[in-house]
Design a protein around this ligand. Structure first.
Ligand code: NAD
Length: 339
């Protein structure tokens, strides 16, 4: 890519701020806009963050910030990272429909959606997005996203995939820094659903977390890895299981994140590949890094005329950082020769 991809972040909470901290370390990208429920900030030359993770430019008050931003500056934005809450489950699809209908924006979107139903609702917008000249990659965070792609690649050793098991460990020091993530996880706990969680105050969430000592044990989640792997032809959705353990009081992961793909080889043997994510890589690393990789690939595809809705398993992320070929690194070469 000749010029840095001009990125807007929608939703400036835990992940949105994480993305804003990551982008300056990735020379392929420039953060030019942020939209949150309070308003938006735009600077064609780039937005910076202060030490306190606040924006260097104050938000311009606007109750319909995403629409206003794209109407005013859509031609100066290449790609949007959607770091919005997904409660209620139709929120993403309704927002994207409005953007397609009202703003004239022609660019790329990547999201970190988690729930199967939310991704399915987005699929209904494929034709609208295509007509508008938008390429939207859904499920492009950690899971689905990074881990789904791992499973989709690992599947190739087998003639039949019998089971995909994604088990994540997440450690966050303070749940209030990632409210939407924790609220969405609550939906999967016994006795809770989206309606009940939507009515709970932050105090009630905190009380429930206290009862659980800050730990959320999640099993058989309604997670879009299933529909994404099914659409990619890896296996039927009933063979995909997603669960995890989230510690909302400790930045250290309570358990390592793994992806296990079990399948039958051409000789009839049954075996499993297992991929273990580094405990040092945080939720922000594992969501925002891959989201940029999917974004870079999507921007390339958009320039080649691909529009509509695709999932992360349909494309490979592109490593989002400039690599210096070995020939450009004389010091390392000298060291290698002298050994
Ligand atoms: P958060 O609550 O910290 O931040 C969400 C932000 O969106 C808030 O700042 C809020 O003010 C803003 N917002 C709400 N309504 C808005 C509107 N109408 N317009 C503009 N901004 C609005 O949330 P988070 O923890 O950063 O999570 C963001 C999303 O990422 C959630 O949907 C979560 O489920 C998802 N997530 C995905 C993965 C993955 O691997 N796929 C992992 C973690 C989180």
């Amino acid at each position: 890519m000749e010029q840095a991809v001009r990125v807007a972040v929608f939703g400036f909470g835990g992940l949105g701020k994480g993305m804003a901290r990551l982008i300056p370390q990735r020379p392929d990208f420039k953060l030019v806009a942020v939209a949150d429920s309070q308003g938006y900030a735009f600077n064609a030359n780039g937005l910076g963050l202060t030490d306190a993770y606040e924006l260097s430019h104050p938000l311009q008050a606007d109750s319909d910030s995403m629409i206003s931003l794209l109407k005013a500056h859509g031609t100066e934005i290449d790609a949007v990272f959607m770091a919005l809450p997904n409660l209620p489950v139709e929120f993403f699809a309704e927002t994207v429909k409005r953007i397609a209908d009202e703003t004239g924006f022609r660019g790329v979107f990547v999201d970190a959606l988690k729930r199967t139903e939310a991704v399915e609702r987005l699929f209904e917008l494929h034709d609208d997005l295509r007509q508008q000249g938008i390429l939207y990659i859904t499920g492009a965070g950690a899971t689905p996203g990074f881990l789904t792609t791992v499973a989709a690649v690992a599947a190739h050793s087998f003639v039949e995939v019998l089971d995909v098991n994604i088990h994540f460990g997440v450690g966050i020091a303070n749940w209030e820094a990632y409210k939407a993530t924790v609220r969405e996880d609550f939906i999967h706990l016994e006795g809770f659903d989206a309606k009940r969680v939507a009515c709970m105050s932050d105090e009630e969430i905190s009380e429930e977390l206290s009862v659980r000592n800050g730990l959320l044990k999640l099993v058989d989640m309604e997670h879009a890895d299933d529909v994404i792997l099914e659409l990619a032809g890896v296996c039927s959705r009933d063979r995909v299981r997603v669960g995890g353990l989230v510690d909302t009081r400790n930045a250290k992961k309570p358990v390592s994140t793994t992806v296990t793909v079990t399948g039958r080889t051409m000789t009839g043997a049954v075996g499993s590949h297992q991929f273990v994510v580094s405990d040092e890589a945080t939720m922000v690393d594992n969501v925002c890094g891959p989201a940029l990789g999917f974004m870079l690939r999507a921007v390339e595809m958009h320039q080649r005329g691909f529009f509509g809705l695709m999932t992360s398993a349909d494309i490979m992320p592109r490593f989002a950082s400039r690599v210096h070929p070995v020939a450009d690194r004389p010091l390392e070469k000298e060291v290698a020769l002298s050994v």
